[in-house]
Design a protein around this ligand. Structure first.
Ligand SMILES: [Zn+2]
Ligand SMILES: [Zn+2]
Length: 157
């Protein structure tokens, strides 16, 4: 399943005129393996080094740059100061819900903001880049953790 997905992405890489090098394959696989598919360059270095402890950091950065040019990955800045990379999949455009407490990124339907965007277009003649805008808030786990600590802090009746 996972390999098929990697093959599909590498096929697209070939179609856009790129060569499938072992570094590129490794990085695409690392990104698919990563839990939420949104990884910083440092995360990717860490993952590829599990397989290849001497893998050069500069190779990761260079490869990510090239994969970005080829339209295979896209850097997105979801929180100030940290750029994460995600795989560009046309069939799977998404918005990002970002938890401000733990940094979890959740992918949400891309049409989520369509109503808002058309409202803004109508009222402000402004084209909203809905896909680029992270939506900040708190994830379910952090809400639960908060509720639990509030309960613990409450004096018993
Ligand atoms: Zn994403
Ligand atoms: Zn959270």
């Amino acid at each position: 399943m996972r390999d098929l997905k990697a093959e599909r992405i590498l096929e697209r890489l070939r179609e856009s005129g790129g060569r499938v090098t072992s570094a590129r394959r490794l990085i695409v696989e690392a990104m698919l393996a990563g839990g939420d598919h949104h990884l910083t360059a440092a995360d990717i270095v860490e993952i590829v080094r599990r397989d290849d402890p001497v893998f050069h950091e500069s190779t990761v950065y260079r490869t990510l740059e090239r994969l970005t040019e080829l339209g295979i990955v896209r850097p997105v800045q979801l929180v100030p100061g940290a750029t994460v990379f995600h795989l560009v999949e046309n069939a799977h455009r998404h918005n990002h819900l970002v938890c401000d407490d733990c940094g979890t990124i959740i992918e949400a339907r891309v049409d989520l903001l369509d109503v808002l965007a058309s409202d803004v277009a109508r009222n402000h003649r402004f084209t909203l880049q809905t896909e680029a805008a992270p939506l900040h808030g708190r994830c379910e786990a952090c809400q639960h953790a908060d509720a639990a600590s509030n309960r613990a802090a409450d004096p018993a009746p």
